[in-house]
Design a protein around this ligand. Structure first.
Ligand SMILES: [Zn+2]
Length: 142
């Protein structure tokens, strides 16, 4: 359930999406607020100008939070984003320990606007060579 305060911050994320588009990138923008609601950081999609397929604003903010905030502060943050985070960003947001994500456009709604924008899953084969890999991994976690 979103609130009027959420909508104010979502409008800023949408403005960042428009700025990304004006800068020659896909139209996605996000920001991160602290536990008291102040804006800590803002990002835009820069996948084209950076030639980096991972330069999603949500991913950049989650990496920033994990690097710059202590875990307790990160756990009090909210990400406001113009579009629902993709699977890549969702995993990093979870790993960064953020509290909440508020989005405007859902991934399903994005697919209605841009059909075929998803990628098929890549087949994975494994596990294999368990004894060999276990020795390396167990050494680290010992
Ligand atoms: Zn993403």
């Amino acid at each position: 359930m979103t609130t009027p305060d959420d909508h104010t911050l979502l409008r800023r994320a949408i403005a960042l999406a428009a700025e990304a588009h004006a800068s020659g990138n896909p139209p996605f923008g996000s920001l991160l607020t602290g536990p008291d609601g102040t804006v800590l950081a803002e990002e835009q999609n820069t996948t084209l100008t950076d030639q980096d397929i991972t330069a999603h604003p949500e991913l950049k903010l989650a990496r920033w939070a994990a690097r710059e905030l202590d875990p307790a502060t990160a756990a009090g943050t909210t990400m406001y984003t113009s579009c629902q985070p993709c699977g890549m960003c969702e995993a990093v947001i979870q790993r960064a320990g953020l509290r909440r994500v508020v989005f405007a456009l859902s991934n399903e709604q994005l697919l209605d606007i841009r059909p075929g924008s998803g990628q098929p899953p890549v087949p994975q084969d494994g596990p294999a060579l368990l004894d060999e890999v276990r020795a390396v991994v167990a050494e680290y976690y010992r």
